[in-house]
Every structure is written in structure tokens, then in C-alpha cells.
Write a protein that binds this ligand. Structure first.
Ligand code: ZN
Length: 65
């Protein structure tokens, strides 16, 4: 079970449930930071898959000659 963050880590202001940012100082909440990290990971995975596909095609092309 996920622990809900209720106060800002920087200024201690109370957060709106599921808030991505602190309304007082603008600091990202833990939940938002995790989502950002996850998004970066997914993007990296898609990029690596694309690179792998390109490399595979180049390799197949080189082998066929
Ligand atoms: Zn704050």
C-alpha cells in the first residue's frame, strides 16, 4: 500500500490529495517525482527498442549482401 504524502517536504505546507506540486513553494511531491522517473524509464526503453531495431535491420542488410 502506497503511503500518501500529506505535507510538502520542503516547506511543510499541507498538500491537496494526489497533488503533483506544492501549492506554496512549487516543490514536486514524491508521487510526481516517481511518475517522472517512470516516464523517463519508459521513454528510454522505447528509444533502446528503436535503436535495437535499426541495428538489427542494418545487420540483416549487411548479411544479405
Ligand atoms: Zn512546499
Amino acid at each position: 500500500m502506497e503511503q500518501v504524502q500529506v505535507a510538502c517536504e520542503t516547506c511543510g505546507a499541507q498538500l491537496v490529495p494526489n497533488a503533483a506540486y506544492c501549492e506554496r513553494c512549487g516543490t514536486r511531491t514524491r508521487r510526481a517525482r516517481r511518475l517522472v522517473r517512470m516516464a523517463i524509464r519508459v521513454e528510454l526503453l522505447i528509444f533502446l527498442m528503436f535503436v535495437g531495431l535499426v541495428v538489427a535491420f542494418i545487420w540483416i542488410y549487411a548479411v544479405q549482401k
